[in-house]
Design a protein around this ligand. Structure first.
Ligand code: NAD
Length: 510
């Protein structure tokens, strides 16, 4: 945009001006040449070098039919995901004691959020206003109601029984979907019980047997069967949180030897290897360290994509908003004490101290980038806060998780500021829309190339949905809510040929 000094906007570029973005489109692709601008700071952090890199971003337009294979299909998240999508697909309404309800996709960024794509100017008054567009309209994306859904579970109940067991959705809704839900039966699971809590054994009645290689081959054959029904398959782990395997597997040779010798790898690694070998996107919705360095390298070698780890749904998302608010305002958070109790099977599994450790680690790092961003509040040696995470299993509350957080901060003249929050919410109703986003946007990102390269092996751009984002630059992880959302939205806009705003509003003022 070029201003002419009278608050008018010249939408076209004048001779001699450089278009910071050029867009062209064919029947199959959107092609964008974009001038990516940022600042490089020297080691002493005293000089600022403006940089402009030309990037070519190409997006395949054809939206494939997507097959979603959930690991943990009949768990609370899995069943809520499937029944919620079917309710939307068939536009089923249901009665509750507070009236008739109809389905929606609230809580899903891709289905229910918007992005500010630019400004509009009223010709008569000259006044500017923002223009917002639904995220789903920025680029061609799969629709969740078109998903073909299936997957594996170590518990063999059908989907109707699973939804009843989860106690998340109303019976007046489930009864209308009953025939379709009853037809959805989980495939037998690959399971290594050593990596989940001992209290899960009463659930296990639907498992494969064999060596690790045989299990991987069976999972690959299941994925291939789904491939015959759809154009693209996505595998999403929403099964129990596993214990972390330590030390990590460093090399592909070591990984392959462990598979050959049947050294009892965690099930999540077996599913992930099967997905990598079938070149389908694998998303890890739980906190365990499935993405060992060897696994990431194996994905790179196969040109496969990974995204993880651990859905960022309620408490953690709120925490990263509080980090933006408090530290971003120049207030020093000195302690964050988080307590949860929940009564679903996830809570039961997390009673095992080793499974809880995976979750605790994933929840504990989320304020790190906010702390590192401010050396005034957190000078070296004082760059940590008291951060505690407690999770308790209270069966009576079922899926309705309680999250109590207390943020203690230091304010002006050593005053103290304490903010407490108390959140009550069906855990699976928060997680299912995030699962939808990970599939819809993960599939979209698999169609985007920058300078001819895929965005993998790790789809870092999905960090917005993940508590402990795995990124291609492991030393550069963004947890801030605002930044994660901006990074993802800006990428989508650039790929669509819309320049993300630099935020100065200069044109409107001068
Ligand atoms: P859940 O216990 O209800 O469901 C997990 C399912 O996985 C169960 O049905 C179980 O039988 C199955 N399973 C376990 N091991 C398996 C294997 N090897 N193969 C196939 N199936 C297997 O739990 P949930 O509430 O649905 O949560 C699922 C995961 O998502 C958990 O790890 C949880 O920590 C994670 N998570 C949930 C949320 C949320 O808000 N609900 C947020 C972040 C992460």
């Amino acid at each position: 945009l070029g201003g002419n000094g009278s608050n008018a906007v010249t939408p076209r570029f004048q001779p001699g001006q450089i278009a910071p973005l050029q867009r062209s489109e064919t029947a199959s692709e959107i092609q964008v040449v974009y001038q990516h601008r940022f600042t490089l700071v020297d080691d002493a952090e005293t000089s600022y070098q403006p940089v402009c890199q030309e990037k070519r971003v190409v997006t395949q337009k054809l939206v494939p039919k997507v097959g979603v294979m959930l690991v943990g299909l009949t768990g609370n998240n899995g069943s809520t995901f499937v029944a919620g999508i079917l309710a939307n697909k068939h536009k089923v309404s249901w009665e509750t004691r507070t009236g008739t309800k109809s389905p929606n996709f609230f809580g899903s960024f891709s289905q229910s959020a918007t992005a500010r794509v630019g400004f509009k100017r009223d010709e008569k008054t000259g006044a500017f206003s923002d223009v917002h567009k639904p995220i789903s309209e920025i680029l061609p994306m799969a629709r969740p109601v078109d998903f073909v859904m299936g997957g594996w579970d170590m518990s063999g109940v059908n989907m109707y029984q699973a939804c009843k067991r989860a106690q998340v959705l109303e019976p007046t809704l489930l009864d209308q979907l009953k025939p379709e839900l009853e037809r959805i039966i989980p495939l037998p699971a690959a399971l290594n019980p050593d990596f989940i809590a001992g209290n899960q054994t009463d659930r296990v009645d639907n498992v494969l047997s064999g060596t690790d290689r045989e299990l991987i081959e069976q999972l690959r054959s299941d994925i291939r069967a789904m491939k015959t029904l759809v154009d693209k398959v996505v595998v999403l782990w929403t099964a129990n949180t596993e214990k972390c395997l330590k030390p990590e597997i460093e090399t592909v040779e070591d990984l392959q030897e462990r598979i050959r010798e049947g050294k009892a790898l965690p099930a999540s690694v077996l599913y992930c290897v099967a997905a990598i070998e079938e070149q389908v996107l694998f998303i890890n919705g739980s906190p365990q360290n499935t993405f060992h360095p060897a696994v990431i390298e194996y994905a790179r070698q196969h040109g496969s994509l990974l995204a993880g780890s651990d859905f960022k749904s309620g408490q953690t998302r709120f925490k990263t908003v509080m980090g933006d608010f408090l530290i971003g305002s120049g207030i020093r958070i000195s302690a964050c004490a988080s307590y949860n109790h929940l009564g679903n099977n996830d809570g039961r599994n997390l009673q095992d101290p080793m499974c809880f450790d995976s979750k605790k680690n994933s929840k504990s790092g989320v304020l790190n980038d906010a702390i590192r961003s401010n050396a005034i509040l957190y000078p070296e040696g004082k760059d940590h806060i008291d951060h505690e995470v407690v999770i308790k299993y209270v069966p009576a509350v079922g899926d309705s998780k309680r999250a109590l957080d207390e943020y203690t901060s230091d304010i002006f003249m050593n005053g103290r500021n304490t903010i407490s929050s108390y959140n009550v919410c069906e855990d699976s109703l928060l997680a299912a829309p995030i699962m939808i986003d990970l599939v819809v946007l993960g599939e979209l990102l698999s169609r985007i190339k920058v300078d001819g390269n895929s965005l993998g092996p790790l789809l870092s751009y999905l960090s917005f949905f993940l508590k402990a984002p795995d990124t291609n630059q492991p030393n550069y992880v963004v947890n801030s809510f605002t930044r994660q959302r901006q990074i993802l939205t800006s990428l989508l806009m650039v790929a669509a040929g819309i320049i993300p705003d630099d935020g100065t509003l200069l044109f409107a003022h001068f």
